[in-house]
Design a protein around this ligand. Structure first.
Ligand code: R5P
Length: 295
């Protein structure tokens, strides 16, 4: 598909990500125009006419209002002439609630997946938090895809120091941590984590003789996991502890909690705009998107 038949639309809060991606793909970028009515509703307006294939960029942290605006934009793009609409959501919310944890709850992952699956032809994201359901194609639509951030995380680890131990806070992260460590050619360990409540977590690590470690996690929300993991590593005699997270949610109080745990620094990928962003993830989307645009 030629650049003329494809345009990348970005919401104002994802404009930087949109520009990075558009320039990597050699596409033009257009802004989505939003107007908030006094009653709290949003009017969404897109550049008209839309090309045959519209790419829409929006990271969906603070999801409740953003989800509605995002599906409204998909409708606007189709009415403006787009035959295919692809959502690029660097952060995809509601993926952790993948079962009824307590009677009376919904399966939010399925509800949100269904909503996006009806609005978009496909959704591409980075490191969706998938546990019991392993593929985004089972949650949203057959061609939807969650890309691993391992290549850009490994690059950062490799450029930092050779004697760094890569640490995953929980056993579920083992294949991902192993992949990052193997790409960066450094040792790794994973912990045994038990979450007792939203803000109470225990982590136990196997012994290690390394003196420097970087905790790698997909999400930092309350910051408790990283803080508890950092304290455990320090108790093991590891002098320098840093952390990298993919999705910098950082709920209120999280950064203070992390800083007081003695971490040297915490950095994040740019899937959610935050001052800690140091790793650009748009390159991860380029090849899969080129393939989609050719198809
Ligand atoms: C859990 O499975 C995830 O990988 C993260 O460790 C978790 O979501 C982090 O949450 P918090 O910052 O609230 O401990």
């Amino acid at each position: 598909m030629s650049a003329i038949n494809c345009l990348l639309y970005a919401f104002p809060d994802s404009a930087l990500y949109g520009r990075r991606l558009a320039s990597a793909l050699g596409l033009k970028a257009a802004a989505i125009d939003l107007h908030r009515f006094p009653d709290g509703e949003t009017r969404v307006r897109v550049q008209h006419p839309a090309p045959r294939h519209a790419l829409l960029v929006r990271s969906l942290h603070d999801p409740n209002a953003k989800l509605i605006e995002t599906v409204l934009a998909a409708d606007a793009l189709r009415r403006a002439g787009a035959r295919r609409v692809t959502l690029l959501a660097p952060y995809l919310p509601y993926m952790r609630q993948d079962r009824v944890f307590h009677p009376g709850e919904p399966i939010s992952q399925r509800v949100v997946g269904g909503l996006l699956g009806r609005a978009f032809d496909r959704v591409l994201t980075i490191e969706a938090h998938l546990h019991r359901v392993h593929k985004l194609s089972q949650v949203i639509s057959p061609s939807s895809l969650s890309l691993s951030a391992a290549p850009v995380l490994a690059q950062w680890v490799e450029h930092s120091r050779r004697d760094t131990l890569v640490v995953g806070p929980d056993e579920e992260s083992e294949p991902w941590i192993r992949e990052i460590a193997s790409l960066a050619r450094v040792p790794w360990i994973v912990g045994r984590k038990e979450r007792l409540s939203d803000r109470k977590v225990q982590v136990h690590f196997p012994p290690s003789s390394c003196r420097r470690a970087v905790i790698v996690d997909d999400i930092a929300s309350s910051g408790v996991t990283i803080a508890v993991a950092a304290r455990a590593l320090k108790r093991m005699g590891i002098r320098t502890v840093e952390a990298i997270v993919v999705h910098a949610i950082f709920a209120p109080g999280a950064l203070t909690r992390i800083r007081t745990a003695g971490l040297r620094r915490i950095i994040s990928c740019d899937t959610i705009p935050h001052p800690s962003n140091s790793i650009v993830t748009a390159p991860l989307l380029v090849e899969p998107l080129r393939k989609i645009l050719r198809g």
